[in-house]
Design a protein around this ligand. Structure first.
Ligand SMILES: [Zn+2]
Ligand SMILES: [Zn+2]
Length: 366
């Protein structure tokens, strides 16, 4: 059906966009259905995109289970999906000064800060102070996500993808950018040693980004096929926590010192004390995964006496361009991670493949 919702000039492609679209909706906790819902309306400064590929992650599993009910998502039904790439269909009013145009392939950030608060103005829009005001949106969490045929986003959260980065790889830019932010924030020096807990997508991306930043010893802690991938494909030293104590093993591999930087990528509360015990004196520990609200006992004295910096890593401010360059140049290779691709109709199957660990990152193609 021809689209007559928008006034003014509408491109030929945009006319193919219907009033409604296929979308995967969370209709109740742990219940996803695929149905037709209204195509989102373009607002000022926004762009309409056709979603090409959207990944699902551990946070989505927590969202689906209701771990953040009432906050993420604020209400049901809700369209999840925050790791994605697509093609611009229509540029909305107020986007005339953008370098982007209809037909461009892009990856979308999921954090849109208000742009006006102190933290947004300092470039830390992932920490926007106006989270309850209209200017702030966390797509796929507080605002409609991309597990759908179409999505609308502010033009300022979009980044053009070069030909070298395909649509499915483009869906991994979000998680890769988080690891760029982590590596930057921890001030990783060339020649550093690194331990990564959790060989999922985040961990395997962190390993590659840390290497590109100059890490020369990379130890990955995990188990199963994912750990094998870390060893065989990404040439990391590995520790199987089912066979060895991870902290002792890391100490053994670093002459008893511990590593310069630790990245907790498992989102597992039991891992946090291990991460703190595995870092050298004066080292830094970054937490990239959410534990789903679970608390952890730590020793403040150990942090103080050893001058260990413990830092939270949230989202990926100003990191998409670097990640896209790393992928386009081949410094980060995601091809071995793109093993499970599904049509949108199989959304439940894709979530199951993530839950039972058969897929590192299921990708849905609407
Ligand atoms: Zn995610
Ligand atoms: Zn703000």
């Amino acid at each position: 059906m021809a689209d007559t919702r928008r006034a003014g000039a509408v491109s030929a492609i945009a006319q193919e966009v219907g009033r409604d679209m296929l979308a995967a909706q969370l209709v109740d906790w742990n219940e996803l259905t695929v149905s037709r819902i209204p195509t989102p309306e373009l607002g000022h400064g926004e762009v309409l995109l056709r979603v090409a590929a959207c990944g699902i992650c551990g946070t989505d599993l927590k969202l689906v289970s209701g771990a953040f009910a009432g906050k993420w998502p604020p209400s049901l039904p809700f369209v999840l999906g925050h790791e994605w790439a697509g093609t611009i269909v229509e540029m909305g009013p107020g986007t005339e000064e953008s370098d982007l145009k209809a037909g461009d392939r892009v990856a979308a950030e999921n954090h849109a800060g208000c742009g006006l608060c102190r933290l947004c103005r300092a470039g830390r829009y992932n920490l926007c102070e106006r989270v309850h005001r209209p200017g702030y949106k966390l797509y796929g969490h507080t605002a409609q996500g991309a597990l759908a045929e179409f999505a609308v986003r502010p033009v300022r959260v979009l980044h053009k993808l070069p030909d070298e980065v395909g649509d499915e790889a483009g869906a991994l830019v979000n998680q890769g950018s988080l690891t760029v932010h982590a590596v930057r924030r921890t001030g990783l020096d060339p020649g550093s040693s690194v331990a990564i807990f959790g060989p999922g997508l985040l961990g395997l991306m962190t390993a590659q980004v840390a290497r590109s930043a100059g890490a020369t010893q990379i130890i990955v802690v995990g188990r199963g096929d994912r750990l094998r991938l870390a060893s065989e494909v990404y040439r990391c030293e590995v520790v199987d926590y089912e066979k060895a104590d991870p902290v002792e093993a890391i100490k053994d591999l670093t002459g008893g010192r511990g590593v310069d930087r630790v990245y907790e990528c498992a989102g597992n509360p039991a891992v946090v004390p291990q991460a703190l015990a595995a870092v050298r004196r004066g080292g830094r520990v970054a937490l990239l995964g959410l534990t789903g609200g679970k608390d952890v006992a730590i020793s403040p004295d150990a942090l103080t006496l050893n001058e260990v910096d413990l830092m939270g890593i949230r989202s990926s401010p100003n990191a998409y361009p670097a990640m896209i360059s790393l992928m386009a140049s081949g410094a980060v290779d995601v091809a071995p991670l793109l093993t499970h691709v599904y049509p949108l109709e199989q959304v439940s199957k894709a979530f199951e493949a993530l839950r039972d660990r058969t897929a590192i990152r299921p990708i849905l193609k609407p």
